[in-house]
Write a protein that binds this ligand. Structure first.
Ligand code: PHE
Length: 343
C-alpha cells in the first residue's frame, strides 16, 4: 500500500509540474486529492491492514497530501504570475506617446458676425426680435408695400410653400410683426435666415440678414446715418466711413444703398485693390426712412402725428466674407471642417 501511495504521489508531483494552465492544475488536484481521487481510493483499503501498519500508512498518506498541496499551491502561484505577465504585456501603454487632441469646434463666421452686429446695436438700444422663416405672403410682401403686381417681387425670386405661404425673402417681413406687437418706440434688430431661388459664387438659396428698425417721434435720416456710421466703425475699424447712395426699396422713402469705405485700401481708390475692385467702397446694406404707408398699416393709434422711423437690412455672409476675405460664398455652407477650423 505504501508503495502504491508513493507511486501515486510521484506521478501526481510530475502532473502538477506539467500542468500548463490553472484549469489543468485543478484537474490534477481533483484526480489525486478529491473525494474520489487516487489517494482516497487507496485509503479505502485501510480496513484490511493490521493495526500496527495502519498508522504508518496513514502517516505516509498525510505526508503526500501535504507535499502535494504545497506543490499545487506553488504551481498555482507560478501559473498566475505568468498569466498576469502576459496580460500586462498585451495591455501595455506607452504613456510617453503624444496625446491625440480632440477636435475643437468653433463658431461659424455667420454666427460670430451676427453676434458682433447684435452686440454693437445692443449698445445703441436695439432689442433682438425674431420672426418665422416660413412667412405669409402678406407680411413678406404686401405689408412692406410690395403689392402682388409690384416688380419688386421679381427682384427676390421666391420659394412658395403653398398659396399665400412662402420662405421669407428678407427679414423685412419682421417689420410689421414688430410694429404690430409692440407700442412705440420700436427699436429692434432681427437676425435670421432668408431664402431666395438663386445660387452662384455670391448668391446662396439660403443666407442670413440682420434687419434694424427704429420707430419713434421725430426719428431722422441723420439718426440712421449715425447708427450706420457707428456700426461701420465698430465692424471695419475706426477709420471706416459710410456713404449713402439713393436707391429704391418699396418699404422706405427715401431709400439708400449704403457703402463702407474699403478697409483694405482705406477708401483711397487704388487700381488693384482686390477687395473693393479699385472703387474704394464696399456696398454693405440697404436702408431708408420707413414708408408712411407701413406706419399707417402698423396703426400706432396713440402716437398721433410725428411718428417716423428708419430701417436697414444687411446680408451677414457678405459682411463676414469681407471681414475674413472669404472668396466664395458657397464655402460657408459646405460644412468642411478645414474651412471652419480657420475661425
Ligand atoms: N429688405 C431689403 C433686402 O432684402 C434690405 C432693406 C431693409 C432695405 C430695410 C431697406 C430697408 O434687400
Amino acid at each position: 500500500m505504501i508503495a502504491k501511495l508513493n507511486g501515486i504521489g510521484e506521478q501526481a508531483l510530475k502532473d502538477v509540474a506539467e500542468a500548463g494552465s490553472l484549469d489543468a492544475l485543478e484537474q490534477v488536484r481533483v484526480a489525486v486529492l478529491g473525494k474520489k481521487g487516487a489517494l482516497s481510493e487507496v485509503l479505502k483499503g485501510l480496513g484490511t491492514v493490521t493495526a500496527e501498519e495502519r498508522p504508518k500508512i496513514g502517516a505516509v498518506a498525510n505526508d503526500w497530501k501535504r507535499k502535494l498541496e504545497g506543490a499545487l499551491e506553488d504551481r498555482k502561484a507560478a501559473l498566475e504570475s505568468v498569466a498576469l505577465e502576459a496580460r500586462l504585456q498585451s495591455e501595455r501603454l506607452d504613456a510617453s506617446l503624444p496625446a491625440r487632441l480632440p477636435h475643437r469646434g468653433s463658431l461659424h463666421p455667420v454666427t460670430t458676425t451676427t453676434r458682433r452686429i447684435i452686440e454693437i446695436c445692443a449698445k445703441l438700444g436695439f432689442d433682438v426680435m425674431t420672426g418665422p422663416e416660413i412667412e405669409t405672403e402678406f407680411l413678406n410682401f404686401d405689408a412692406v408695400n410690395i403689392p402682388a403686381d409690384h416688380p419688386a417681387r421679381d427682384m427676390q425670386d421666391t420659394f412658395f410653400m403653398g398659396p399665400g405661404v412662402l420662405l421669407r425673402t428678407h427679414t423685412s417681413s419682421v417689420q410689421m410683426r414688430a410694429m404690430r406687437s409692440q407700442s412705440w418706440p420700436v427699436r429692434i434688430l432681427c437676425p435670421g435666415a432668408v431664402y431666395r431661388c438663386d445660387s452662384d459664387a455670391t448668391h446662396s438659396p439660403m443666407f442670413h440678414q440682420v434687419e434694424g428698425l427704429w420707430v419713434d417721434r421725430d426719428v431722422k435720416m441723420s439718426d440712421l446715418k449715425g447708427v450706420l456710421s457707428t456700426l461701420a466703425r465698430e465692424l471695419f475699424g475706426a477709420e471706416a466711413k459710410i456713404r449713402l447712395r439713393p436707391s429704391y426699396f418699396p418699404f422706405v422713402e427715401p431709400g439708400a444703398e449704403v457703402d463702407v469705405s474699403c478697409f483694405q485700401c482705406k477708401g483711397t481708390p487704388q487700381s488693384g485693390c482686390r477687395i473693393c475692385k479699385g472703387t474704394g467702397w464696399l456696398e454693405i446694406l440697404g436702408a431708408g426712412m420707413v414708408h408712411p404707408r407701413l406706419l399707417e398699416l402698423a396703426g400706432f393709434k396713440d402716437a398721433g402725428s410725428g411718428l417716423t422711423g428708419f430701417a436697414f437690412g444687411m446680408g451677414v455672409e457678405r459682411i463676414a466674407m469681407l471681414l475674413h476675405q472669404i472668396p466664395d460664398l458657397r464655402l460657408m455652407f459646405q460644412g468642411d471642417v478645414r474651412f471652419l477650423r480657420q475661425f
